[in-house]
Design a binder for this molecule. Structure first.
Ligand SMILES: *Cc1c(COP(=O)(O)O)cnc(C)c1O
Length: 247
């Protein structure tokens, strides 16, 4: 399937604009990996993005991602799972995802370990890259929990609970401890969250030297995330446009 149409032109323009922002923010340092978040947008958009050189896409719902992965059927495309994940979806996710950015509890690690092992026996799939999602609300001591919760993506562990989860991932065959992931709360400056994220990443690297990845930075705050060393950006609306209101 190839698509060259008006939508492709729009996507190309927006993608170029985002790539230019990333280049400008990177300066002479290595640019992070751009994951284009395609949630709520059709598989045809993934095909269009592929023709524009995009190799990494992000999805936050298993049902939608699994269907798109089948429809697009491109072995060289890397699917990143970035949303809240129920343990009973681990088996499905292990069939298409190269990484999960939203690991927030031990039971999910156990489920993913089992699911990847089964998938590796069946298809020889690669190890699954795992990011621990952090809840960074403690970076805003003046704000009420409820206010932060209403603004940030739910989920994530407090930095003090990270070490145990990291050890469990590192000890699970088939899983690779990649690093940390976070969503900065909306409506407040992202810098306090990203500073805490960088500190927490350094603490993780001290224990697990290979776990250097930092998944942070979205459409509105990718520059702030890059300033603290983000290695993976997750950009949706600035490339795909606004998400359809209801789905
Ligand atoms: C939707 C989503 C993104 C992309 O956000 P945009 O503001 O559209 O760039 C990034 N990360 C997560 C976890 C998301 O759910």
């Amino acid at each position: 399937m190839t698509l060259q149409d008006a939508r492709t032109t729009v996507l190309a323009e927006r993608l170029t604009a985002v790539r230019q922002r990333i280049e400008a923010a990177a300066g002479t340092s290595t640019a992070p990996t751009l994951i284009v978040v395609t949630k709520f947008h059709p598989a045809a958009d993934v095909v269009r993005l592929r023709s524009l050189g995009v190799a990494d896409v992000g999805e936050n719902r298993d049902q939608e991602a699994a269907a798109k992965a089948v429809e697009v059927a491109d072995a060289d495309l890397r699917w990143h799972f970035i949303g809240q994940l129920q343990s009973n979806k681990a088996k499905s996710v292990a069939a298409y995802a190269q990484s999960v950015h939203s690991i927030d509890r031990g039971s999910l690690v156990t489920a993913l370990g089992k699911a990847v092992a089964i998938q590796q026996q069946a298809t020889g799939r690669a190890d699954l890259e795992c990011f621990i999602q952090l809840d960074l609300s403690e970076a805003y001591p003046g704000l009420a929990d409820a206010q932060i919760a209403s603004h940030s993506g739910r989920g994530g562990v407090a930095p003090s609970d990270m070490a145990r989860l990291a050890d469990q991932i590192a000890a699970t065959e088939g899983l690779i401890l990649a690093g940390v992931m976070a969503v900065a709360p909306l409506g407040v400056a992202p810098e306090p969250a990203f500073c805490l994220l960088a500190e927490t990443s350094a603490a993780l690297i001290a224990q697990h030297p290979g776990a250097r990845a930092i998944s942070a930075g979205m459409s509105h705050d990718l520059e702030a995330a890059m300033a603290v060393g983000a290695t993976h950006l997750r950009v949706g609306s600035d490339i795909l446009g606004p998400r359809p209101a209801v789905l």
